[in-house]
Design a protein around this ligand. Structure first.
Ligand SMILES: *Cc1c(COP(=O)(O)O)cnc(C)c1O
Length: 417
């Protein structure tokens, strides 16, 4: 297979599985849940019902001439799984449909998705304007690694559109955000940010990991590209690491796909299969996570050891007005400050018996973290303070257990504070 590692097989457009092909068992006008269950699987001659895992690194040609034609891009078809794989394509088509994009490419992780977007769409001398409240590794990627290749990033407040506009200069090519933010659940107005981006000839890239398309569709609001860490809610049960980029055929299907097939951080077929199964229950899960999170947030408000609760679904959340028009429900993440700072926060975490002390989120199992000493531990204390991440802050990614059991698990620790 050495030749596949050096030959360019043409853009993703040469892939055989285009919308409209027989692999689409549900039309694009079908409802969200139907598409989440039905789109993307082309039944093989074995007539399997569940999507098969194509655990193969390469694909066979019937003749030397066919091999040559596929490599030349004259005949569509699979060549090598770093380029295309049917199980991965099924996941890509399903997620593209759910996000309302023309094209999706799957990646080895959420960070690989963000890296591939930057490598595919930016060049030396370009600038990014990014929300300050993005995933820690995203900040590191922008500040430490992209900076080495001459791409600079300026960080602004997610919820202040004027700050975004003021930060844009004539070298700025990309605006980047996550909404709601982690861990403080601050929200950005995506329609506003898209309008600002396009007025300045920039792309708006949105990390839609926390809401998923079941709750929020950034492309409908004007964003150009959506990135995902499929590791979180798309999987939904904490099994696999993966990611995805969704957008138009030119930028995603050619530029981003080109980076992936050349540089190699593609998704494994097995992981794609797990994510396909995850998408089938995505909407049900997101609504159930949200319902439990709202009940937990309301309950936390009544606890005397709790100083403040951060949840978009609460009426006093500063951007509560965006719940509904922009994001269907409050989502599954609730954060809160306890009185007594770090020691109290650690004592509360250590008092839990059911909730998992782990960094992942978007799992059916509820997880708890202390951002100041874990996900945001590498920030300087003054940077943390500027971001509003106090020593008493706790983040709960609410799972799908009975909410009474989650409340009881936290109640014993809160009583001891
Ligand atoms: C986890 C996460 C990422 C990174 O995804 P990986 O799959 O861990 O690489 C990016 N953005 C957000 C918002 C995340 O929560």
């Amino acid at each position: 297979m050495t030749s596949t590692t050096t030959t360019d097989p043409g853009p993703l457009d040469s892939d055989p599985f285009q919308p409209g092909s027989e692999r689409f068992l549900a039309g694009p006008d079908a409802g969200f849940a139907t598409r989440a269950i039905r789109i993307g699987h082309q039944r093989t001659p074995e007539n399997e019902h569940s999507e098969p895992v194509f655990a193969t690194s390469s694909f066979v040609f019937s003749s030397a001439a066919e091999a040559a034609a596929r490599f030349a891009g004259d005949v569509p078809g699979n060549i090598y799984s770093r380029f295309t794989n049917p199980t991965v394509r099924a996941f890509e088509e399903r997620l593209a449909s759910l996000e309302g994009g023309d094209c999706c490419v799957a990646t080895a992780s959420g960070m690989a998705a963000i890296l591939a977007v930057c490598m595919g769409l930016l060049k030396q001398g370009d600038r990014i304007v990014s929300s300050r409240s993005v995933f820690g590794s995203t900040t590191m990627l922008f500040n430490k690694y992209l900076a080495r290749f001459g791409i600079e990033t300026c960080f602004v407040s997610l919820s202040d559109p004027d700050a975004w506009e003021a930060a844009i200069d004539d070298r700025t090519r990309m605006l980047f955000c996550e909404t709601p933010s982690n861990p403080l659940t601050e929200m950005g107005d995506l329609a506003r940010l898209a309008e600002i981006a396009h007025r300045h000839d920039c792309l708006l890239v949105v990390d839609n990991c926390f809401c998923t398309p079941a709750l929020q569709r950034p492309l409908d609001l004007g964003a150009d590209i959506v990135v995902h860490s499929a590791t979180k809610y798309l999987d939904g049960q904490g099994r696999c690491v993966g990611g995805a980029v969704v957008g138009d055929r030119k930028r995603v299907g050619e530029e981003v796909f080109g980076v992936l097939r050349t540089a190699g951080p593609t998704m494994s077929p097995f992981n794609a299969w797990v994510f396909l199964k995850g998408l089938e229950t995505l909407e049900l899960r997101m609504l159930a996570h949200s319902e439990r999170a709202l009940r937990l947030a309301e309950w936390l408000l009544e606890q005397s050891a709790v100083e403040r609760v951060y949840y978009p679904g609460l009426a006093d959340h500063p951007q509560h007005g965006l719940v509904g028009p922009q994001q269907r429900t409050g989502g599954g993440i609730v954060s809160f400050d306890v009185r007594g700072g770090k020691q109290a926060a650690w004592d509360l975490i250590d008092a839990t018996r059911l909730i998992s002390i782990t960094a992942n989120l978007g799992d059916v199992k509820t997880t708890i973290t202390h951002p100041a000493t874990t996900t945001h531990g590498r920030l300087k204390p003054e940077e943390r303070a500027a971001s509003g991440i106090g020593d008493g802050l706790i983040r709960v990614a609410v799972g799908l257990e009975n909410i009474e059991d989650i409340q009881a698990d936290l109640a014993s620790g809160l009583a001891g504070l």
